[in-house]
Design a protein around this ligand. Structure first.
Ligand SMILES: Nc1ncnc2c1ncn2[C@@H]1O[C@H](COP(=O)(O)OP(=O)(O)OP(=O)(O)O)[C@@H](O)[C@H]1O
Ligand SMILES: [Mg+2]
Length: 363
């Protein structure tokens, strides 16, 4: 998968433009506040319909304008295609080969992985951040998981409403409860499977990239510490636990266990990274996680995702930076980076000044 070009209109501070890319390293250079992150955001946005730095897409529309959009041209194994999003304060329209399509038909056509300074909150932040992150990742590779999650959210709301209103004896409660159990178990099992594979890859990458004698792992904390056997086993345990918290749920009027409560913890050399790891180590853990995601995609989809790295120079010291660049040099992956300083690598360089991208040069 390769992005050939991007076209953006009224996107942040960027001057409307079309940029053409090379197939390897594309580097956006400029001083603080010039628009480097905005370009990476535009690429991410045209592929996912989302931003990696805000939930409120109206923030993206250039000040004083009513709508905005970003469109990319790309090639997959077969042919050239285009994909993009146009939006205003309230609505988003998705396009594929210039035809309007629904979000469900839009999402997942290209896989993109981003690494931005705020990603450190994946370790520092609260569990809901980690859940959203891993849910999104698993969903990208697994459509059934995505549908199960969506259904689960709806069922959970209904179940909570019944609990809040004290309607446990309502026969409909049993119907919803059964669905709740069924979807919870499916989601938990998928998360277990994913984390198990991811943890191995994460450790490999951390060792390769940053520290060969370290041991890094992710642990999935579900309703109870069980090692995965199969769906039936998890279901039995889940039902037992649900029974244990029954009175508590009635008293509190809210669902007490389930995927909505789970967490994912990082352990570096057997120590909880949130509490013990240094800033640099935390950044390196998340970077290794992103690289592990790339590996996972390649395995599952047989194709390379696009990789975005924002602000690489502020993240890593020169040794770690070099290690990262060397790692990607020989891999068949298209990378978009931003930096305030030249990286001294073979790349297509785009200089950005007050939102204006100056004709690229090769270095
Ligand atoms: N909706 C918007 N319309 C116009 N300008 C905006 C909008 N949102 C943000 N900006 C401005 O765009 C500029 C570029 O922001 P951006 O985050 O892309 O800079 P950057 O080059 O990544 O800087 P840094 O090196 O500090 O990370 C900032 O001055 C910001 O205030
Ligand atoms: Mg930036």
């Amino acid at each position: 998968m390769q992005i050939r070009s991007i076209n953006y209109i009224n996107f942040r501070n960027l001057k409307n433009n079309k940029l053409e890319f090379n197939s390897k390293f594309n580097l956006f250079l400029g001083k603080n506040g010039q628009g480097k992150t905005s370009i990476l955001e535009a690429i991410y946005f045209s592929i996912t319909g989302k931003s990696f730095r805000t939930k409120h897409i109206k923030e993206i529309i250039k000040y004083g304008n009513l709508n905005s959009g970003a469109m990319i041209e790309y090639t997959d194994k077969i042919s050239s295609k285009s994909i993009g999003v146009k939006f205003d304060q309230k609505t988003r329209q998705y396009f594929f080969n210039k035809n309007k399509i629904k979000f469900d038909e839009f999402i997942g056509r290209i896989n993109v992985i981003s690494f931005i300074p705020d990603d450190i909150y994946l370790i520092l932040g609260n569990p809901s951040l980690r859940r959203s992150f891993f849910d999104y990742e698993i969903s990208q590779a697994n459509e059934i998981y995505y549908r199960n999650l969506r259904d689960f959210d709806k069922i959970l709301k209904v179940r909570n409403k019944f609990l809040k209103e004290g309607k446990f004896k309502d026969p409909l409660f049993d119907v919803y409860n059964e669905k709740f159990v069924d979807l919870s178990v499916k989601i938990i099992v998928k998360r277990y499977e994913y984390i198990k594979k991811m943890s191995v890859l994460l450790n490999l990458n951390y060792r390769k990239l940053f520290s060969s004698d370290s041991e890094l792992k992710i642990v999935y904390k579900a309703f109870k510490d069980i090692s995965l056997k199969d769906e039936n086993y998890v279901k039995e345990e889940f039902l037992k636990e649900l029974n244990n918290v029954k009175n508590h749920e009635k008293y509190r009027g809210v669902t007490m266990i389930g995927p909505q409560k789970d967490d994912f913890l990082f352990y570096l050399n057997s120590k909880d990274a949130k509490a013990y790891s240094s800033q640099g180590e935390k950044k390196s853990i998340i970077f290794s996680l992103k690289v592990a995601e790339i590996d996972m995609f390649i395995k599952e989809k047989g194709d390379y995702p696009i990789f975005l790295i924002d602000d690489i120079s502020s993240y890593f010291d020169s040794i770690r930076k070099e290690s990262i660049i060397n790692y990607f040099k020989n891999r068949d992956i298209q990378i978009f980076l931003s930096s305030t300083d030249d990286l001294g690598i073979e790349s297509m360089n785009f200089y950005i000044n007050e939102g204006d991208v100056i004709e690229p040069t090769n270095s």
